[in-house]
Design a protein around this ligand. Sequence first.
Ligand code: CO
Length: 297
Amino acid sequence: MTTNVDETTIRTVMGTVDSVRTIEGGGFAVRRPFPTEHLAMYDPFLLLDEMGPADYAPGEAVGAPDHPHRGFETVTYMLDGSFQHKDSAGNSGILKPGAVQWMTAGSGVVHSEMPSEEVMQNGGRLHGFQLWVNLPAAEKMVPPRYQEFPAEDVPVASNEAGVWVRVIAGEALGVDAVIDTHTPILYLHFILQPGASHVQRVPSEYNAFAYLVKGRGRFGIDEQEDAVEGELVAFDQDGGQVRVTNTGDEPLSFLLLGGLPINEPLARYGPFVMNTKEEIHQAIEDYHAGRMGVIDF
Ligand code: CO
């Protein structure tokens, strides 16, 4: 952990990583900045998927039917279309544009993430994000927890300089998030108008990156190149602020993510992320024995 960083210093850019297109769950296309062969994780974050944007004809939309998770949290944020969630803890919900679902799998949950009836029947666009947030060893087996907020309950803020932000976790433009996180996390969705600039506070002990959804942006201090759609901009841990400017001629949309690194050994196997191989074997055994429950409604 850094101890003598000036919190007013703007972070420099460590590098830019391109995302990889892949197929997830029941067959939906995602753009994935990590994990890939170039970037295994971004402690405390284990995975980030941009789902779509994909346009489906009636009856064609696909999702991720019943599957388990243990040892971390899944965070779903929708931009377009709607997903229906059900889990073995008895939770269900329909996530519409702007909604956020923060599911702590903890000791284990079986859930299904499917396009809503409306999208299944009528077709339409699906676009959203799934983020996996690791849990420290001491909290991997906490009881599952489900937090779901429709768009109108997720705080947004804007200023006269052309900056708009949805505050999913942490704080921006003087507005605090409503979602409770197990570890300190910053999760912001920014949209900057052409020419707009913003400086965002990111605690210096956090790992932090930006993921470009649309448009062009320049990050850091003396960067000579713009970041574009599908790229992850990794920040050095050398300051308490991040600066961005929209250098394109359309709105710049990006996610800014930060969190306190957990710095523990990882054992991951598909939907289970633990600290040792033995714990992975236990997770598989518990799942097959039905100890993570079933969706029975
Ligand atoms: Co899942």
